[in-house]
Write a protein that binds this ligand. Structure first.
Ligand code: PEP
Length: 248
């Protein structure tokens, strides 16, 4: 069986009650390819509102999760709290958290493991900066980010890997189809070599970084691109075109 196309929408710290309701209504009414798994990640404050209004079959993700079960961790949300609230996915390792909040590979791996242990799906984000790409370190960087998680988890069936070159996020500079495919293939090769053939065959590897309704169809044709993680464009009606990129 092939890998199911997966499209995530990361709203980041955007939206209000009104705008989120309107995005959700738009998605509820849209003609969404039933073969695509769709997950949207609003800010934490709007997770419950989103879950309440979003139609069944479309899932909700947190943008972050903590790696401890409960306790004195002001401002954090646990995996079990998300699970109890029917928030079935979480992002981990988004570059904005790696870069701005200085989250380390090990901390991200620990959060990923905790989320999986509580039955959440994880959209695990990796990617290189422009400086690292220019120094030809892309594969080394993403491999190190992957290895930190591979050391802590065995079961990859609920992990979606999002390859998001940092230089392409929110910049309008999308990776070329060749650049994206090359890194996706290297990630898959890593899974074959270091994890298992099953993980390599079944794990969705999605691309993120300035994906739009204009560039999604070309990217979706690539062999190892199994979907998208979409930031800015997920707030717009054109998100539906990106969801349907494979079938249109
Ligand atoms: C993201 O935040 O994960 C992202 C890919 O953002 P954008 O689509 O805006 O580049």
């Amino acid at each position: 069986m092939g890998r199911q196309f997966f499209v995530g929408g990361n709203f980041k710290m955007n939206g209000s009650v009104d705008t989120i309701k309107s995005i959700v209504n738009n998605l509820n009414q849209a003609k969404v390819d039933p073969n695509v798994e769709v997950v949207i990640a609003p800010p934490a404050l709007y997770l419950l509102l989103t879950r309440e209004h979003l139609r069944p079959g479309l899932e909700v993700a947190a943008q972050n999760v903590f790696d401890k079960p409960n306790g004195a961790f002001t401002g954090e949300i646990s995996a079990s709290q998300l699970k109890e609230s029917n928030i079935t996915w979480t992002l981990t390792g988004h570059s904005e958290r790696r870069v701005i909040l200085k989250e380390s590979d090990d901390f991200i791996a620990s959060k990923t493991k905790t989320a999986l242990d509580h039955g959440l799906g994880v959209i695990f984000c990796i990617g290189e900066t422009l400086e690292q790409r220019e120094a030809n370190q892309t594969i080394e960087v993403v491999t190190n980010q992957l290895r930190a998680v591979a050391k802590q988890i065995q079961d990859w069936s609920k992990v979606v890997i999002a390859y998001e070159p940092v230089w392409a996020i929110g910049t309008g500079k999308v990776a070329s189809t060749e650049q994206a495919q090359e890194v996706h293939a290297a990630i898959r090769a890593y899974l074959t070599k270091e994890v298992s053939q099953t993980a390599s065959d079944n794990t969705r590897i999605i691309y993120g970084g300035s994906v739009s309704e204009k560039n999604c169809n070309e990217l979706a044709k690539e062999k190892d691109i199994d979907g998208f993680l979409v930031g800015g464009a997920s707030l717009k009606p054109a998100f539906v075109d990106i969801i349907n990129a494979q079938s249109s």
